[in-house]
Structures are given as structure tokens and as C-alpha cells.
Design a protein around this ligand. Structure first.
Ligand SMILES: Cc1ncc(COP(=O)(O)O)c(C=O)c1O
Length: 360
């Protein structure tokens, strides 16, 4: 029986206790469109290849920190140098390690708002100070205000997620160059959804050691369940970020899956093009459904605002009556009456369109 009075809580930092935990209630649904996952499972023949690779290894041994062949393949795939690549247990882990090696108590982290909520939570856990900068009308990035805030606050870190979760908006061309040249911060570009659209900052790595680009295999590559992500940065910075992560962070199953995914990258990329086509058709159809505002997206999800029905009622009816699970983001400030819909198969999206037409 635990003690009645949880004294231990008094020892947790107040900056942590005031934060909401990152959790997600996950009811099951026929059409699961709430986590921006790939609608396609990793192909069975590739799964077999991963299992064969894993079976051939010694499981009682620790995995290699960073297998050189894998780093070389990643460097080739993303167009960067192998000693500037750091692998992680999902890109989430690399957000954490990057922030943990950069931030000290009270250091400012500037980020657009709304954006991926983990940045705020981890900043608070690490004792930093989070400075949100509202996105502009239609959720476009307000680059001038980001620069102003970073200069005013002497930001240590600027986090830019492009395309941005949950709005889908992408940074305009040239924005990262401007932000790097007009601020002194470490600029972390989270490109979890860049495979689906928008510019990438990777080519700027050659010009700035203040840039860290994060990528993931969870979305376009369909490997969310195995947790694989990477950071790309100047090799000297990469070595420092590595100090903020745990040893043996990526297990040998995940390393084998990442290797297999890269070996078959063209096949996986073709599936990404399919998701983009389905998205573009879906967004065009959404535009014809009355009672909805639809925001432009470069990602594998789209943000809508319900103009007539309360978003919570729309969410519930999609789930209960049609088996469609989307993400209710209507409690996020600035996103009242908004829902985020991940792009599934074309069949999934046809079901969503007819459900929305019937409900609204
Ligand atoms: C913006 C953003 N970054 C990072 C992640 C996490 O990706 P990973 O699965 O690689 O940890 C997500 C997941 O939804 C995300 O939306």
C-alpha cells in the first residue's frame, strides 16, 4: 500500500508538475486517422528481411552504438556526411537530447504556436523557458515575429517544425536562412513530415553549425512501431548531442529495420507519393463540404475547422457512427472547433468525405 501522503511529489520540480503529460487516449477504430501514421504497414517481405537480419545476430550482445554502414546509408539518403548523423529511438529522443545538451536553467526556447506539444513539455522538464510565437492568419509561419522574439529573448534555441503539426503549414522558402542569419540561436528544424511536402533545411547544414535537422522513419517509412529517427548536424555538434542520449538507445531490431527500409527506399518513397496524391484529392473534396474551413497542408494530415457543428460533436459522431478516429485538437488555444485528420488510404478518405457530408 503506498503511503497516504505523497511526499515524493514535493521533490519534483514545480516546472514539471505544472505541465500536462504527453498522453493519448486511443480508442480502436476501423479508420484510424489520429496519429499521422502511414496507412500502409511495412511490407511483409521487408518484415521477413528484418527478422532474418535480427535472427542472424547475437541477442545477448549490446547493439552497436551506430553501425557505420547504416550511418553511411543515411548520409547518402539525406545528402549529408556520415559523421554528422546521430540515430535515435524515434526522433522524439533526439528532440530531448538536443534540448538537454543546449538548455540551462532559464534559457529561452522560441517556437511557433500552436506546434508539437513535446517541445514545451521538454523545455519545462529541463528548466528552460518556453516562448511561443503565434502563427499568422491561416496558420502561416510569421518569420518576422519569430526573429523578433528570438532577438528580444536572446533565445538559446528556436524550434521550427515544418510542415507544422498540427496545422500542416510549411515554412516559406528562405525562412531558415533568414532565421539563422538574424539570430544567434541553435535552430532545430523538426522535419518529421517533410517527406510529404515543403522545403527541407538539410542543404543549409553545410553553411551553419547552429542548425540541427531532425527526421523520422515513423511517418513516410511506416515504422512508427519500431521507433527510429535521426538528427543531422555539423559533426562537432552531433558529437555533443550524442552526450545527451542514453547508450545503446537504438535496439538491434530497430537498427535492422532501418537498414532494410533504406535498402528499399524507392519502394517506400513510391508509397509516400501515393499518400500525397490521396491527400491532394481529399483536400479538394473537403473544400466542397459546406460548414468547414480547410487549412492548406504540406503534411500527411489536414486541419479543419467546423463552422456549424461543435467540433467535439463532430469528433464523436465520426467515431461512434462511422468508425473514424481523428484527432480532436479543439482544446488547443487558437484551434477552437478544429480537428486534425491524418491521411489514410483512398478508401479511408472516401469514407471520411461521405461521413462529413452526411453529418454536416
Ligand atoms: C512534429 C513531430 N516531431 C516528432 C514526432 C515524433 O516522431 P518519432 O516517432 O520519430 O519520435 C512527431 C510525432 O507525431 C511529430 O509530430
Amino acid at each position: 500500500m503506498p503511503p497516504h501522503d505523497p511526499d515524493g511529489l514535493a521533490l519534483i520540480k514545480p516546472s514539471v508538475r505544472t505541465q500536462a503529460a504527453y498522453t493519448l487516449a486511443a480508442p480502436t477504430a476501423r479508420h484510424k486517422l489520429n496519429q499521422n501514421e502511414s496507412p500502409f504497414d511495412f511490407p511483409p517481405e521487408l518484415k521477413r528481411e528484418v527478422l532474418e537480419r535480427v535472427a542472424a545476430q547475437s541477442w545477448q550482445r549490446y547493439p552497436v552504438f551506430a553501425p557505420p554502414e547504416l550511418l553511411a546509408l543515411l548520409a547518402k539518403h539525406y545528402g549529408w556526411v556520415a559523421d554528422g548523423v546521430l540515430v535515435g529511438n524515434g526522433s522524439n529522443e533526439l528532440i530531448q537530447s538536443t534540448l538537454s545538451v543546449a538548455l540551462g536553467a532559464g534559457d529561452r526556447v522560441v517556437a511557433p504556436s500552436p506546434t508539437f506539444s513535446l517541445y514545451r513539455l521538454l523545455t519545462a522538464v529541463l528548466g528552460g523557458c518556453y516562448v511561443p510565437v503565434p502563427l499568422g492568419d491561416g496558420f502561416v509561419f510569421d518569420v518576422d515575429s519569430l526573429i523578433d522574439a528570438a532577438q528580444r529573448e536572446a533565445a538559446r534555441v528556436i524550434v521550427l517544425n515544418s510542415p507544422n503539426n498540427p496545422t500542416g503549414s510549411a515554412l516559406p522558402e528562405g525562412a531558415v536562412e533568414r532565421i539563422l542569419s538574424q539570430t544567434e540561436a541553435l535552430v532545430v528544424c523538426d522535419e518529421a513530415y517533410q517527406d510529404f511536402g515543403g522545403p527541407s533545411a538539410i542543404r543549409l547544414l553545410a553553411h551553419s553549425s547552429r542548425l540541427v535537422v531532425l527526421r523520422t522513419f515513423s511517418k513516410a517509412f511506416g515504422l512508427a512501431g519500431l521507433r527510429f529517427g535521426l538528427a543531422l548536424a555539423h559533426p562537432a555538434v552531433t558529437r555533443e548531442i550524442a552526450k545527451g542520449k542514453l547508450p545503446y538507445n537504438v535496439n538491434l531490431v530497430t537498427l535492422a529495420a532501418a537498414r532494410t527500409a533504406l535498402d528499399h527506399a524507392p519502394m517506400l518513397t513510391a508509397r509516400t507519393r501515393q499518400v500525397i496524391e490521396v491527400r491532394d484529392r481529399f483536400v479538394a473534396q473537403l473544400g466542397k463540404v459546406p460548414g468547414l474551413a480547410v487549412y492548406p497542408t504540406a503534411a500527411n494530415f489536414v486541419l479543419i475547422r467546423s463552422l456549424t457543428l461543435p467540433a467535439k460533436e463532430l469528433f464523436r459522431r465520426l467515431l461512434d457512427d462511422y468508425g473514424i478516429l481523428v484527432r480532436d485538437v479543439s482544446d488547443v488555444p487558437q484551434l477552437s472547433e478544429c480537428l486534425r485528420i491524418s491521411i489514410g488510404t483512398s478508401e479511408d478518405m472516401d469514407v471520411v468525405i461521405s461521413a462529413l457530408e452526411e453529418i454536416i
